[in-house]
Ligand binder design. Structure first.
Ligand SMILES: Nc1nc2c(c(=O)[nH]1)N[C@H]1C(S)=C(S)[C@@H](COP(=O)(O)O)O[C@H]1N2
Ligand SMILES: [Mo]
Length: 318
C-alpha cells in the first residue's frame, strides 16, 4: 500500500519539529482538544512503507506522561488470533497481509459501502496522540499513536437516527491467524463495540501508526481502534468492518466471560476483576523496584469522559 499525502509543510511546521523530539522523552497529557494542529506527513511519498515525520504544535495538559519505550510496545502484544503468548503473537502477526485493505461500512447509515485504507489516510488529517493504555491484566503503557478521531469517519458516513451503537470486527483469516481455528476459548472473528456517543468522543481514535511510523502488524495494522479510558481489549485490531446498530452488539470478551469482562470496560480501580484487583498497575518498562502505579478512574481521562456515564452505576455497568 502506498500512502500519499498532498499536505505541504510550511516553514512553521519545520521550526516546530524540534518540539516533537523533546516531546518524545517527556510528554504531557492529554486533552485531545488541546493537541493542536499536529501535522503528519509521509517523509517520501514514493516509499511503499510510509514513515510519518511529525511536527508538533502542541499545547499540553496537566499531568506528565513518560512514553513507553518503543521496543516494549512492539514486542509485548496481546493478539489472540495469533497466540496467547505475547512475544509469539508479535512474531506470528508478521504473516498478515495488510495491503490491500478495505473496511466495510454497514447497518444504520446513509452511506454504507467499502472504504479503502488509502482513501481513509488521504481523507482524514493524521495527528499524534499520546495516550495512556491500560490492559485489563493490570499492566499499562503510554503510546504515541498516529491516527484521527473515529468521530470524523462516523460523521462522513452519516449514521441514521436509529444508530445507537457501533460494532467493530477484526479480519477473519484462519489460514493466517492460527488460533481462529480454535474456538474453545474465544469466538472468531474478534468483535468489539461502543455506544455511539463513546464512538463520537474526541479521545476515541482510529490509529494507523505509532512512534512516528506505520502501525506494526502485531499492534493492529493497518487500522485499529484506540479508546484510552477503557481496558485495552476494547481497542480492537485489524478492523475490516464497522457496523451501526440500534442495539448493543455482543462483544468477544463479554460473550466469552460475562462476569469477568463487561461491555463498557471502563478502567475503574474500585471494580476488581473476579480474580485480581484493578486498583494498581504494573507500568511496562519501569524497573523491578519501582512502585506500581495507582490506577485512575477512566484511566485518568475522567474530566473528559465522566459525563458520558453520569447516571450509571459503574459497578453494574462495568
Ligand atoms: N483483534 C484483536 N484485537 C485486540 C486483541 C486481540 O487479541 N485481537 N487484544 C486486545 C487486548 S487484550 C489488548 S491489551 C490490546 C493490546 O494492544 P497491543 O498489543 O498493541 O499493546 O489489543 C486489544 N485488541
Ligand atoms: Mo488487554
Amino acid at each position: 500500500m502506498i500512502i500519499k499525502t498532498k499536505k505541504q509543510i510550511s516553514e512553521n511546521d519545520i521550526t516546530d519539529s524540534a518540539i516533537f523530539h523533546k516531546r518524545r522523552q517527556l510528554i504531557k497529557s492529554s486533552l485531545v482538544g488541546s493537541i493542536a494542529a499536529l501535522g503528519l506527513f509521509p517523509a517520501t511519498s514514493s516509499q511503499a512503507i510510509t514513515r510519518w515525520s511529525n511536527v508538533a504544535k502542541a499545547k499540553v495538559g496537566s499531568s506528565a506522561l513518560t512514553v513507553t519505550e518503543e521496543k516494549i510496545v512492539k514486542n509485548y502484544t496481546n493478539y489472540y488470533e495469533f497466540s496467547y503468548e505475547k512475544t509469539q503473537s508479535t512474531d506470528l502477526a508478521q504473516a498478515l497481509t495488510i495491503d490491500p485493505w478495505s473496511i466495510s461500512i454497514k447497518g444504520e447509515v446513509e452511506k454504507p459501502g467499502q472504504l479503502h485504507l488509502e482513501d481513509i489516510i488521504k481523507q482524514f488529517p493524521m495527528q499524534e496522540y499520546i495516550y495512556r493504555f491500560r490492559c485489563v491484566e493490570a499492566w499499562s503503557m503510554v503510546v504515541p499513536w498516529i491516527g484521527f478521531p473515529l468521530a470524523e469517519l462516523v460523521k462522513s458516513i452519516k449514521p441514521l437516527s436509529s444508530a445507537k451503537f457501533v460494532k467493530f470486527t477484526t479480519a477473519y483469516l484462519p489460514e493466517v491467524m492460527p488460533n481462529q481455528k480454535d474456538t474453545s476459548m474465544l469466538e472468531w472473528p474478534y468483535v468489539e463495540g461502543l455506544r455511539l456517543d463513546e464512538a463520537m468522543h474526541p479521545l476515541t481514535l482510529l490509529a494507523v501508526g505509532c512512534y512516528g511510523d506505520t502501525l506494526p502488524k502485531q499492534n493492529g495494522a493497518p487500522l485499529r481502534l484506540v479508546v484510552p479510558w477503557k481496558y485495552g481489549f476494547k481497542s480492537i485490531k485489524a478492523i475490516v468492518e464497522i457496523e451501526f446498530l440500534s442495539r448493543a452488539p455482543l462483544t468477544t470478551w463479554n460473550k466469552a466471560a460475562p462476569h469477568d469482562y463487561g461491555f463498557y470496560a471502563n478502567v475503574n480501580p474500585s471494580v476488581p476483576h473476579p480474580r485480581w484487583s484493578q486498583s494498581s498497575e504494573r507500568v511496562l518498562g519501569s524497573s523491578f523496584f519501582s512502585p506500581r502505579r495507582e490506577t485512575e478512574l477512566f484511566n485518568g481521562y475522567g474530566d473528559d469522559v465522566a459525563s458520558l456515564y453520569q447516571d450509571m452505576d459503574l459497578r453494574h455497568f462495568f
